[in-house]
Write a protein that binds this ligand. Structure first.
Ligand code: SAM
Length: 292
């Protein structure tokens, strides 16, 4: 087996060889611990019949672990300076394709069709750039791509919000948006010492496996997300007060909001953070005729 890229010495050597300095603005914190990499990749349950999609391969630390375990790796990297570095560090692997692109602008579905044809088990595995974690995860979920799920490293605080259960401080519209599409769980917490340079925040790895059936069936998904976001605008306010402020003409439609809450069996004095996703689904369907 080839020597790991993800050791402090090898990372320094690679950076020196290519005259590379990290760009903080692109969230570049490279992993320098092979044990953590093995644990992350282990959470994805890959086989040679699987393909992996990586966002931000950096200098290839995670990419090479994916290349060893999966049949094929497709990686999107925004920083042009890293392309020659990756061509060098990943030269022992013939099953990696790198696309030079901002993942938020990339046509991921077309890339899957052209690069990963024949793979029906596809996992996203990434150490995400922290300045843009939520938009990346939401893009990959909203585009309804043919993936089994995602195993991603991100800020611990965001990981806690994504995986939070009702009745907790971390539970909010982000928890609901992601748990609507996936079963999300905390997989690992990760010390700062495994990165170079070390980030300012604590990190964690979460695993999100796409649901085959929605957790709750709603009449109108966009409206459901409008209701959930609106219910958390001011966390200490009741669901009634939040909906009155957040829904169009909510103040004038107070009686209709009260009616919908009653029909859904939800006490108007409750706070949004106490409602389950199923309760939000029911509430959104009851509000729908009054606002659409
Ligand atoms: N995977 C490497 C590792 O674990 O050592 C690097 C991870 S580093 C936290 C994030 C990577 O994402 C960097 O390589 C950065 O250039 C890249 N990146 C940042 N924004 C991006 C975007 N919008 N699209 C694609 N890659 C991006």
């Amino acid at each position: 087996m080839n020597k790991d890229i993800a050791t402090p010495i090898r990372t320094q050597q690679i950076m020196a060889k290519h005259g590379l300095t990290v760009k903080k603005s692109l969230g570049q914190n490279f992993l320098i611990d092979p044990n953590i990499l093995r644990k992350i990749v282990g959470k994805a349950n890959l086989t040679k019949q699987s393909a992996a999609i990586e966002i931000g391969p950096g200098i290839g630390a995670l990419t090479e672990h994916l290349a060893r375990d999966a049949g094929k790796v497709l990686a999107f990297e925004i920083d042009q300076r890293l392309l020659p570095v990756l061509a060098d560090t990943l030269s022992p692997y013939d099953n990696v394709s790198i696309i030079h692109s901002d993942i938020l602008k990339a046509d991921v579905r077309a890339a899957i069709e052209s690069e990963l044809a024949g793979y029906d088990d596809i996992m996203v595995v990434a150490n995400l750039p922290y300045y843009v974690t939520t938009p990346i995860i939401m893009k990959l979920l909203l585009e309804k791509l043919p993936i089994r799920g995602l195993v991603v490293m991100l800020q611990k605080e965001v990981a806690e919000r994504i995986t939070a259960k009702p009745g907790t401080k971390a539970y909010g519209s982000l928890s609901i948006a992601i748990q609507y599409y996936t079963e999300a769980e905390m997989a690992l917490t990760v010390p700062k010492t495994v990165f170079m340079p070390q980030p300012n925040v604590d990190s964690a790895v979460i695993r999100m496996i796409k649901r085959t059936e929605p957790i709750v069936k709603v009449i109108d998904e966009d409206f459901f997300f409008t209701v959930t976001r609106g219910s958390f605008v001011q966390r200490r306010k009741t669901i009634l007060n939040n909906l009155q402020s957040a829904m169009p003409n909510g103040k004038e439609k107070k009686e209709l909001i009260l009616k919908a809450l009653k029909e859904a069996g939800i006490d108007p004095a409750r706070r949004g953070e106490t409602l389950s996703i199923q309760e939000f689904g029911l509430l959104s369907d009851k509000l729908h005729p009054y606002f659409k």
